[in-house]
Design a protein around this ligand. Structure first.
Ligand code: ZN
Length: 86
């Protein structure tokens, strides 16, 4: 319904200037979603990067592998995760 192909490109930089965010296709959302680096995701949830990898592996948050072998974290799943924690 909602097309957000270009949404979010400048979104995170307002509050999280230390993170990079990219819009990627998230297979778990089955749509394009804003993704954060593992560092950015860890900062957002206030957890260690280790926990981000663990959550991604457990499927608690959505992760998207890049061709370079790094992991990007779907912001949608982080927002849900954050809501449960706070
Ligand atoms: Zn997702």
């Amino acid at each position: 319904m909602i097309t957000q192909a270009n949404a979010g490109m400048n979104f995170s930089t307002n509050n999280f200037s230390y993170t990079e965010s990219y819009v990627k296709y998230c297979s778990q959302c089955a749509t394009k979603a804003e993704t954060l680096t593992t560092l950015g995701a860890a900062e957002l949830l206030n957890v260690r990067i280790y926990d981000i990898y663990r959550k991604a592996e457990a499927g608690e948050i959505h992760s998207v592998a890049t061709p370079h072998g790094s992991l990007m974290i779907c912001r949608n799943s982080l927002v849900q995760e954050k809501r449960f924690r706070v």
